[in-house]
Ligand binder design. Sequence first.
Ligand code: GDP
Length: 197
Amino acid sequence: MHINSANFVISNTEVKKCPTDGLPEYAFIGRSNVGKSSLINMLTNRKGLAMTSAKPGKTMLINHFLINEEWYIVDLPGYGYAKRNQKGQQQIKTIIEDYILERTAMTNLFVLIDCRLSPQQIDLEFIEWLGENNIPFSIVFTKGDKLTKNKLDSNVEAFLNELKKQWEELPPYFITSSEKRMGRDEMLNYIEQINET
Ligand code: GDP
């Protein structure tokens, strides 16, 4: 898929203030600092579209970006940022859960996983919750350039093995690097295919 246009539309904290045009939405979520903003910028070829930040855990907003006037990228707040106080953590949880459970336009949720880490409880629990609620999702391993091929393969396998304990069938997954523009065609083709069905 060619990206002809990518424009910021709205930021807010409430599902009911999200766009009402019914266009399909592809949402992105992950732990703070997982590389979500970099990935969105890489996919859209727009350097500053999503705000990359050296300070993790800053944004509590749902951001909508309209792509090719046909579909949305939705940038959800990062979860599991320990330095937030408990009230902040709860607010984020409510924003995320409301969007995921109530947003009928959400066509797929991309769950981002930092490929350098061993499987993290917080990610596995989040994915289990998605399953319990029948949410369509796929996995995106980020920062693939930071590991050797062998280490990357073994970390991906370790994560998928954890998922196999929860699931009979694995969800689709992508291995990406925003730095090296890896996985871009695969993700955009996947989105295009869903949009065409
Ligand atoms: P966010 O908090 O999830 O939006 O994460 P950011 O996109 O702001 O990235 C967090 C940090 O990881 C930044 O310092 C990025 O430069 C770095 N980063 C993100 N993606 C990649 C990648 O694919 N490769 C490398 N080497 N660094 C990355």
